[in-house]
Design a protein around this ligand. Structure first.
Ligand code: SF4
Length: 227
């Protein structure tokens, strides 16, 4: 029994006819902006109506099929200029497991993923470590780059050419121009959005406002992946 069915047994869903907009959407109509805004703040019976309609649309479009994108993780570098308190990924350059992958290591991991039938190369990495660590700048210089984002672009292109996998980069916050510079070599891009509460983010050295600004200037695909 799925969540929707289990939930429906406990809390009866009101008849869908009670919401003309939802009924119209189920009948093939388009979602209107004002309805989307209204749905965002729905609760109680209205929320149950919405979930019920969403489940019907999902079942009619996908049936019982659950799809996913099989991906291989490529931790391009675990150095990062930031120090988020909860992070277990970031390492300092003097730690034993600090790593900036070489192009050969990137291809070896991507190729192993391809052999395991992955279709996506997920680049996980710290944010602009060259702005904080001389070691990161040195590593990039030896590879022929001045920024981590330049290396992300190179690695993405290389993975496409050599393995056919589709890159998905998560390089942290980026300007619109930087996102555009990766666009032709990434099927999608992502950004982990932990919180948008200024109150809860007060002790962090970067504000939620900054992350939201980045998000609002991302491509539609990137915005979906960041959510
Ligand atoms: S920005 Fe990401 S990688 Fe860097 S410390 Fe924060 S969570 Fe970790």
């Amino acid at each position: 029994m799925g969540f929707t069915e289990a939930f429906a047994l406990q809390v009866p869903t009101p008849p869908l006819e009670r919401d003309g907009s939802l009924q119209a959407i189920l009948d093939g109509g388009a979602l209107k902006r004002e309805d989307a805004i209204r749905f965002l703040s729905s609760s109680g019976d209205q929320a149950r109506l919405l979930w019920s309609a969403a489940a019907m649309l999902r079942d009619s479009g996908k049936g019982g099929i659950v799809s996913y994108s099989r991906k291989v993780f490529i931790p391009l570098t675990n150095l990062c200029r930031d120090s988020c308190g909860y992070c277990t990924f970031k390492k300092d350059p003097w730690e034993n497991d600090a790593l900036t992958m070489s192009p050969e290591q990137v291809i070896a991991v991507a190729e192993a993923g391809r052999k395991m039938h992955c279709t996506e190369a997920l680049f996980t990495l710290g944010e602009r470590p060259e702005q904080r660590y001389a070691e990161a700048r040195d590593a990039l210089r030896k590879l022929g780059f001045s920024t981590t984002l330049e290396y992300v672009r190179y690695a993405s292109e290389m993975v496409i050419k050599k393995t056919g996998l589709l890159p998905h980069a998560n390089p942290g916050t980026m300007t619109k121009k930087e996102m555009a510079s990766l666009r032709d070599v990434n099927a999608s891009m992502g950004l982990m959005l932990e919180n948008v509460s200024d109150r809860l983010c007060r002790r962090e050295d970067r504000t939620s406002t900054r992350r939201v600004n980045i998000r609002s200037s991302a491509s539609p695909q990137s915005r979906m992946l960041a959510s």
